[in-house]
Design a protein around this ligand. Structure first.
Ligand code: SAM
Ligand code: SF4
Length: 282
């Protein structure tokens, strides 16, 4: 598939649910209203849409949310989509998770053909993690990450850069990732989502966020690419692969290769636009 700007579209992000067991301050308000369950696509519908998109050239699928591992029986969907990896029709099936249910799901992910996952982790300080996620248990997430590592999944930690919240944690987080053999992706906070306030004050450009890391030695660009918008670097002092996702300071729309399927069946080209096509009705 090619769009009107000549961009090849081969990546589909599927939001399995809009619900989440966390309420990260930059993502959702504390009192979030979710879609009625009857409006969600069921797993058969998601699998059907995915199969059709694969026929049209989608090579990578990422499950996301909300929290994808929080939807009941999601292993059924993961196993179904995993068949396309096993048949070679899909290059990659992956997911982004908050990690809270990873201890349970890591072996299932691995068996279903998932090779790498992204886990969101904004702080290694328990009280701070609990405050940012409004209730998350850091120990549970770290246990989940350890289980994923034991299962042989490659892991990238996603850390949203938040001024005054975690901008003193870049060094410990980099060290934690390097020691465990994980990649680390830093994300600039984006003004997305309804009812979330205070983000403008928490915005910090990644150039500034990684200053303490620069002081440890060279950060050299790598050719490594994943399906997403991260630019990768090597932090030589600790041998860390570092991804920078900079929607605000380095726009990456020209390289966009993705479609997004919402949990109620709408296909969007862009998170920044409301334009969509409703596949549930179809
Ligand atoms: N619940 C899963 C998780 O947290 O990983 C998957 C869904 S979450 C919406 C996907 C990613 O978006 C996470 O890495 C999260 O940190 C990031 N994210 C959410 N709101 C954001 C915002 N306003 N700016 C930047 N990144 C954001
Ligand atoms: Fe949930 Fe992920 Fe949003 Fe946090 S970032 S509230 S874990 S969907």
């Amino acid at each position: 598939m090619q769009d009107n700007f000549g961009r090849t579209i081969d990546y589909l992000r599927i939001s399995v649910t809009d619900r989440c067991n966390f309420r990260c301050t930059y993502c959702m308000p504390e009192q979030q209203t979710f879609l009625p369950r009857t409006e969600l696509l069921d797993y058969t519908e998601i699998a059907l849409i995915a199969a059709r998109f694969i026929k049209h050239g989608i090579r990578k699928i990422r499950l996301t949310g909300g929290e994808p591992l929080a939807r009941r029986d999601v292993d059924v969907l993961i196993q179904e989509l995993g068949r396309h990896v096993q048949s070679g029709a899909l290059d990659e099936l992956t997911l982004t998770t908050n990690g809270s249910r990873l201890a349970l799901f890591a072996p299932i992910l691995k068996e279903s053909g998932v090779r790498r996952i992204n886990v969101s982790l904004d702080s290694l300080v328990p009280a701070r993690f609990n405050a940012v996620t409004r209730g998350g248990d850091l120990g549970q997430v770290l246990d989940g990450i350890a289980a994923a590592k034991r299962s042989g999944l490659a892991i990238r930690i996603n850390m949203v850069a938040l001024k005054g919240v975690n901008d003193d944690e870049i060094l410990p987080m980099a060290e934690y990732c390097a020691t465990n053999g994980f990649d680390l992706a830093l994300i600039e906070t984006m003004p997305l989502g309804d009812g979330v306030s205070g983000r403008t004050g928490q915005f910090i450009p990644l150039d500034k966020f990684i200053e303490p890391l620069r002081k440890t030695g060279a950060i050299t660009p790598l050719n490594h690419r994943t399906a997403g918008p991260a630019r990768y670097f090597c932090v030589e002092s600790i041998g860390l692969r570092l991804g920078l996702i900079t929607p605000m300071t380095h726009n990456f729309c020209g390289d966009c290769n993705r479609l997004r399927l919402t949990s109620d069946g709408k296909v969007h080209m862009c998170l920044g636009s409301d334009f969509h096509v409703d596949f549930r009705d179809a």
